[in-house]
Each structure stands twice: as C-alpha cells, then as structure tokens.
Design a protein around this ligand. Structure first.
Ligand code: NDP
Length: 474
C-alpha cells in the first residue's frame, strides 16, 4: 500500500498535522502528497489490476470477509482513532466502525450469488453476458463519516475486481490508512488498494485528471463536486457524486410525538449535525408545533457536550475551526435579519473544557421564516430550524423548495400521507417514522444538486463493472 509522499515528505518536511477537534492538539501527522505521488499510486493500482481481476468473485469476497472480521476484533481501537481525528462521541464511532464491517460482509455475502446471463437468440445463436471490472477507480472521502463512506466505496469496487486509489480528507486520514492496512493484512494483494494523503486541490485533482482512472466516486461539498465534474468532462470517466443535502423532516399531528422528538434530536445532533442525511429542516404541523419545539428545546439542552473520548458525551465538537466558522456565520446571518427565534444554543459553549476545541452548542431555532438561510443553505452543523406547517400539501411544497434531493422523512400514522410523501418529495430515500439510517443493502444517493449515481446495494456493485457479451453463432 502506498501512503502518499512518505519518501519525499521526510526530506522536504511536507506534512499535514492531524488535530483532535476536542482539544485543538496535534495527535499525528501524515505526508502532504503531491500530484506525482498520485500518479505513482495510480500506476501501482494499474499494475495490480490484472491479477486482482483474475481472482474469482468468491476469492475476492473471502478477503473482504476476513477484513471485516479483523475490523470487528479491533473495533475499540479503531473507534478511538476515529473519535480522536473526527471528534464524534465514542459510541457513534463504534457504530460507524461496525457499519463499515457490515458493508464488507454484505458484499462478501453476495459474492457467491453473482452470476452472468445467457440469452437464447434462436437462429442467431446464444449470447453470454458477464460483468467485468472497470480498472483503476478513484475515491475521494470526506471527513464527516470517513469510515462508513470508505466502506461504501471500497466494498463494491474491490468485490467487482477493480483496483483503487483513495484520497482521505486532510483532517481525517488516520482511520482510512489503518483500514487499508487491515485489508492488506487480510490478503488483499499489494497495489490493489492505495492511499494518497494530501490536499484536495493537488492530489484530489490529480486523481480526477488522471487518464488511467476509469471511475471516480466523490462525497463532499457541492462546489467541489461541480469542479470534479468539470475536470472529468473531457474524459469518459464514470462518476458517482454524493454532494450532501438539506433533508426535510415532516411531522404530522397524528405522529407518535415522543418518537418524532427523539427522531429529530438524533437526526439533527448525531455527529454534531455533520451528516449528509441529517434533519436540516423540520416542518411540524402547527397544532403541535409549540409543544414539539418545547420538547426539542428540553432534549437539546440535556445533551452533554464534550470530548468524544469521555464517557457520557452525547455530542462532540465540529470537525474543524473552519466548519465552526461556517455555522456561526450562517446562524448569525439568520438571526441578524430576525428570521427565527433561538430557543437554545446559537453560540459557542462557555467553560474552560471547551476553550480549545471546535465546540458549538446544540441549537434549536423556532418560527423560522421560509426565506431564512437556515432553510435555503445546507447547514452542516448542530442547528435545527423548526417551521410550523398548516397541512401536508404545504409541507410537501416546502420540502421540495430546495435544489437538493438526498433524503426526507415523514412522521405519521396515516399510510396515505406516507405514500403521498414518497410519491411527491424529490429525494433519493424517503423514510417513514425514521430518519438517517442507510443500511448497506439499500441504494443510496441523491436527486438534483445532491448528486449522481448510487452507492450501496447491488446498484453500487453494478456501477463498478460493465457488461461484456459473448455472442455464439452456432
Ligand atoms: P470538500 O468537498 O472540500 O471535501 C471533501 C473531500 O474532497 C476531501 O477529501 C477534500 O480533500 C477533497 N477535495 C477538496 N477539494 C478538492 C478538489 N478540488 N478536487 C478533488 N478533491 C477535493 O468539503 P469541505 O471539507 O470543504 O466541507 C464543506 C461543506 O461540504 C460542508 O460544510 C458540507 O456542507 C459539505 N460536505 C458534505 C458532505 C457529505 O457527506 N455530503 C461531507 C463533507 C462536506 P481535503 O480535505 O484535502 O480538502
């Protein structure tokens, strides 16, 4: 496995510090790779591709299965590493590490069931249709869920027989490197999986531009996704882009209110709100909106903010100072123009224990104007805007009033209302009486500005391969 720039970094002193977001302290460093390191990694992947492609699906699946087992054995160490670089509470890191193992096991499990097809063509003959891998694939991973999102890309790409180059986010490279090592320790041949650390603008763009890279899977910011699309436009590279969202959650008056309050709290404050499918806009029927907001406020105030490594922490810091500044600006702008009422939060927490990390309080804002930037922009942090709605029609119209289309949820006991939300809201996944959950079996991806293509499930496996037909004229 290549870890970008290791040799040159020592000479040139080019390193990226990895900082614990709860303390602001440097915990490690990784080489600041270059475009040349990316080129070498892509060539290493190209060299390894033909051998990996020749292995049977079952052989590849067994390696994924062994890797999942090792991840399960080491889940506590991996979760600590993830919390240290990302900031989330340890129990969320444990969930994420187990989620990664689930993904590898899912793809290992379906490996034996993958078959080709035979098409009988009468007088013409018979056609045999198989699937073959694409070649070298590239994956760019964000910092919000680096372990899970690595699994979404590595599982189907490797099972399908591709070799891969990964570019982790510069704030969260450590777990990616460790998980890649575990795959090699589990039998993945050298060169099949490569990790290059370094800035997106240099090593990321070098990957996107590289002529040997046949497919790119990117998760992150819309503007970065758009840039990647432009850079790849001159080539015939396949693209999967998962670009975030502004998920609506609609709560009707016939919902189980306790369950819906818990769902909104988890949906918004899990991972300090830094989740692409977080609840970013909450529409509550006006008959229950005041009571609902009161309960949200109470629950948000009871969340224990702290270092993710400490027992009892419910919400950690934001991943970086830049992310916190983005949230502060958005909230301040909305409040300066009187677009809502802050019920709780809206500022950094006070206290010595918070002074060096990138903490921001769980925030609930009620009576939010429809035009507020809290609704029109993706708020990637712990801020929950609550908007009262007179009826389902209005809620659906407002839910669709965004350029995003990743996920949406409706909370109701009425099947007809749920079906209407499913039919009429523009989003890749609609939950009923749930939010956030994305199991490996289920295709995941957005509509509109939320992206292109699907991750997870059989759909992702297909996207990492193409059909090849043998026509036998008898
Ligand atoms: P980015 O899109 O900049 O970062 C995501 C990944 O892309 C990182 O690995 C990054 O590397 C890499 N990258 C950055 N620029 C380029 C480039 N020009 N070419 C190729 N790769 C690149 O997201 P940010 O960290 O700036 O986050 C900003 C916002 O994006 C968030 O506030 C949120 O709204 C959204 N976001 C959404 C996510 C989702 O899950 N949908 C995940 C993360 C962010 P490096 O770290 O070295 O810059």
């Amino acid at each position: 496995m290549r870890i970008g720039g290791t040799d040159t970094a020592a000479e040139d002193d080019r390193w990226i510090p990895v900082v614990n977001p709860a303390t602001g302290e440097q915990v490690d460093r990784v080489p600041e790779g270059s475009a040349d390191d990316m080129d070498q990694a892509v060539h290493a992947a190209e060299d390894a591709f033909s051998g990996w492609k020749k292995k049977t699906l079952r052989e590849r699946g067994v390696i994924l299965f062994h890797a999942a087992g090792r991840v399960r054995e080491q889940h506590k160490e991996l979760a600590r590493l993830l919390t240290t670089e990302q900031g989330k509470p340890l129990r969320e890191s444990l969930d994420e590490v187990r989620g990664y193992a689930n993904i590898l096991e899912f793809y290992a499990g379906i490996s034996a069931a993958q078959q080709g097809e035979m098409i009988r063509l009468g007088m013409i003959g018979d056609a045999l249709v198989t699937r073959e891998p694409l070649g070298v694939c590239g994956a760019i991973i964000p910092w919000n869920m680096p372990v899970l999102i690595m699994g979404w890309k590595v599982g189907p790409a490797l099972l399908a027989g591709n070799s891969l180059v990964l570019k982790p986010a510069s704030t969260t490279p450590l777990t990616t490197i460790r998980l890649a090592q575990i795959l090699e320790e589990s039998g993945l041949p050298p060169g099949v999986l490569n990790v290059v650390t370094g800035p997106g603008e240099t090593v990321g763009e070098a990957m996107v531009r590289h002529p040997l890279v046949k497919k790119l899977s990117f998760t992150g910011n819309c503007a970065t996704g758009q840039r990647i699309r432009e850079l790849a436009a001159g080539s015939l590279k396949e693209l999967t882009l998962e670009l975030g969202g502004s998920d609506p959650m609609i709560v009707l008056s016939d919902a189980d209110i306790d369950k819906a309050v818990d769902g909104a709290i988890r949906g918004r404050f899990y991972n300090a709100g830094q989740t692409c499918t977080a609840v970013k806009r909450l529409f509550v029927h006006e008959s229950i909106a005041v009571e609902f907001s009161r309960r949200l406020q109470q629950k948000a105030e009871s969340l224990k903010l702290g270092n993710g490594l400490d027992a009892g922490t419910d919400m950690g810091p934001l991943n970086s100072a830049i992310q916190r500044e983005r949230i502060e600006k958005l909230v301040d702008r909305a409040l300066d123009t009187a677009q809502g009422t802050v019920l709780t939060g809206g500022t950094r927490p006070e206290g010595a224990e918070y002074s060096r990390g990138f903490f921001y309080q769980p925030t609930v804002v009620s009576d939010v104007e429809k035009t507020s930037s809290l609704l029109t922009e993706e708020v990637f942090g712990p801020v929950l805007p609550v908007v009262p709605m007179p009826d389902l029609d209005t809620a659906i119209t407002e839910a669709n009033r965004t350029s995003y289309g990743l996920g949406a949820s409706i909370w109701t006991s009425n099947l007809h209302s749920a079906k209407r939300a499913f039919d009429e809201i523009h989003a890749g996944i609609i939950w009923v009486n749930r939010h956030l959950t994305v199991p490996p079996e289920v295709p995941f991806g957005g509509m509109n500005e939320s992206g292109l293509g699907r991750e997870n499930g059989l759909h992702a496996l297909e996207s990492y391969s193409r059909t090849k037909t043998l026509l036998l004229g008898w």
